[in-house]
Design a binder for this molecule. Structure first.
Ligand code: F6R
Length: 243
C-alpha cells in the first residue's frame, strides 16, 4: 500500500484526477469506479478542468457506481445515479450510455446485485476505484463487521447513517431509505487499482486504523492492505494519527 500525504483537499483532488487522466491516456476506454459524498468532489472538479483544457479525453471512458439507495426512483434527485450524473457525468460530458450502476428499483434486489457484479465483470472489471472512507472505517456502504469477502448486496442502513444523510432529504429522516445496494468488499478488491481519498481531521482515526491497524472486518477499509495496488491519498489532517 502506498500512502501519499498532500497539503490539503485541493491537492488531493488534483493528484487523484491526474492518476485518472494518466490511466485514460493509456487506456481511453478505462472503467472508473466513483464514490459519492463530499470527499471526491475536488477530484471530479479537477478532472473536469482537465477535460475542458483538452488534457484528457473521456469520450470513451466508462463510469461505474459504488453504491445506491434501494427504492428511490432513478430520477429522484438524491438517488446516487442522479447525484453522479450531476457531479461527475455532466461536468465531464460523459453520457449515461457510458455509465454502469445497480438497479435500486428492481423488485428482485438480490438479483439486481448479482446482475451488477456480472455487469462489472462483463465490462472487463474496474480499472481504478475511487473510495472515500467513513469515520468508522466504512467503504461504500460496507459498515464495520461486513465480510471482507462480500459481494454486491443489500444492506440495512444504521440509524446513525440515516440521521447523517437526512441533510440531503430536507432534513427529514423519514425520507431517507432504509436499504442500500453496495458493492461488496470482495467486489471492490477486484478493481485493478484502489485509490482511497481522505481529508480532514475527522478521518484521522479511520485512516490510521485502515493503514496501520490489523486487517479486520471491524475496519472495512483495512481490506485495502490485501490489495496489490492500493493508494491512500490523505491530507495532513487526515494523516495526523499515522505513526
Ligand atoms: C459513498 C460512499 C461512502 C463515502 C463515505 C465518506 O458513495 O461510498 O463510503 O465515501 O461515507 O463520505 P464523505 O466523503 O462525504 O465523508
Amino acid at each position: 500500500m502506498e500512502v501519499v500525504i498532500v497539503p490539503d483537499a485541493a491537492a488531493g483532488g488534483e493528484i487523484v484526477a491526474e492518476a485518472m487522466a494518466r490511466l485514460l491516456r493509456r487506456k481511453p476506454g478505462a472503467l472508473l469506479g466513483v464514490a459519492t459524498g463530499s470527499t471526491p468532489l475536488p477530484v471530479y472538479e479537477a478532472l473536469a478542468a482537465k477535460v475542458r483544457s483538452g488534457a484528457v479525453d473521456v469520450s470513451r471512458a466508462r463510469i461505474a457506481q459504488l453504491d445506491e439507495y434501494v427504492g428511490l426512483p432513478a430520477d429522484h434527485p438524491e438517488s446516487y445515479r442522479s447525484v453522479l450524473r450531476r457531479e461527475v457525468l455532466e461536468p465531464l460530458g460523459v453520457g449515461m450510455d457510458q455509465f454502469l450502476g445497480p438497479d435500486g428499483t428492481a423488485d428482485d434486489v438480490q438479483g439486481a446485485c448479482e446482475a451488477y457484479d456480472a455487469a462489472l465483470a462483463a465490462a472487463g472489471g474496474v480499472d481504478l476505484q475511487l473510495l472515500g472512507i467513513g469515520t468508522d472505517g466504512h467503504i461504500g456502504f460496507n459498515e464495520p463487521c461486513s465480510s471482507l469477502a462480500s459481494r454486491t448486496r443489500i444492506k440495512t442502513l444504521t440509524e446513525q447513517t440515516r440521521v447523517d444523510n437526512a441533510r440531503f432529504f430536507d432534513g427529514d429522516i423519514e425520507q431517507v431509505p432504509h436499504h442500500v445496494i453496495t458493492q461488496g468488499i470482495g467486489t471492490i478488491l477486484e478493481a485493478r487499482h484502489l485509490v482511497l481519498l481522505a481529508t480532514g481531521e475527522g478521518k484521522a482515526d479511520a485512516v490510521a486504523a485502515s493503514v496501520e491497524g490489523p486487517v479486520a472486518s471491524v475496519c472495512p477499509a483495512s481490506a485495502l492492505q490485501l490489495h496489490p495496488h492500493a493508494t491512500v491519498v490523505v491530507d495532513e489532517a487526515a494523516a495526523s494519527k499515522l505513526k
